[in-house]
Design a protein around this ligand. Structure first.
Ligand code: ZN
Length: 263
């Protein structure tokens, strides 16, 4: 594994460990309900499959694209010649907006929703939900992001930092944890918090189709998809999708096949 891959993996493992520990010590929803061994087997099982598929297909596409753009002076940042820090900051903000729209499109386009519902049919919400994505969605997302890396002319290291932030924030905002209300409110002005993202996993469809952001909360406010809280009690609300609560929607093989199933 190269240097940047090892760095990304280390950051991912560290944040995963911190969140799992936080959930174990102070779970928001009851631990015995959330942490069923079967769920973790399914969610981390599909992570391993998706990671393997990405590694042997387009996993390196974003970095390779950024290196090519830099060497050939392609993309907005390379053309303008911005300082590294400013270029990096712009890359993170633009890619976060790009991911907001990717996420929103996966809810709006029926074919994409078939794959994204693998993430949403989890009937509970914790750090393991953050890694429950169908391999097709991972591959499609890598290609989609690579296109924007090319347009932006993102620096390869800015891409590594962004990708680490993307997975780090996903682990954080799927945590079965609860921040003090005042702190949550302050953080929400800038970033997505677990209490804000949990709304997105409500089985009430209007709430599922809200709060698409990953790092910055501004996109949901700007593009009018922000929902402050669930209509039911956040603590006891039903998580998941109404039409996919059977056993087949919760096993590893079942969720690999889920995009091809009718509800
Ligand atoms: Zn979603």
């Amino acid at each position: 594994m190269d240097q940047s891959g090892l760095l990304r993996l280390s950051i991912f493992a560290a944040i995963l460990a911190v969140m799992a520990l936080w959930e174990a010590i102070a779970p928001y929803r009851p631990k015995e309900v959330v942490r069923r061994p079967m769920r973790w087997l399914t969610n981390f099982g599909i992570l391993l499959i998706s990671a393997a598929v990405a590694r042997f297909t387009v996993g390196a596409a974003m970095i390779a694209t950024a290196i090519w753009a830099k060497q050939n002076g392609f993309g907005a940042i390379n053309l303008v010649g911005l300082p590294a820090i400013l270029g990096g900051l712009i890359t993170i903000i633009v890619l976060d907006c790009v991911i907001y729209w990717q996420h929103r499109l996966t809810h709006m386009v029926p074919l994409l929703w078939r794959f994204h519902r693998v993430h949403h049919c989890d009937t509970e919400f914790d750090v393991s939900t953050a890694v429950r994505f169908h391999p097709f969605e991972i591959v499609a997302s890598a290609l989609y992001k690579s296109f924007f890396v090319l347009l932006i002319g993102a620096d390869p290291w800015a891409v590594v930092i962004y990708e680490s932030m993307l997975s780090g924030f996903a682990l954080f905002n799927h945590g079965n944890v609860h921040l003090p209300k005042a702190l949550d409110r302050k953080l929400r002005f800038l970033i997505v918090t677990p209490d804000m993202h949990r709304v997105h996993h409500s089985s009430v469809m209007g709430e599922t189709n809200s709060n698409y952001g990953n790092i910055l909360s501004v996109w949901d406010r700007l593009f009018v998809s922000y929902v402050d809280h669930t209509q039911n009690n956040d603590h006891d609300m039903q998580i998941g999708l109404e039409e996919f609560r059977d056993k087949n929607s919760q096993s590893l093989l079942g969720i690999l096949w889920l995009p091809f199933r009718q509800p």
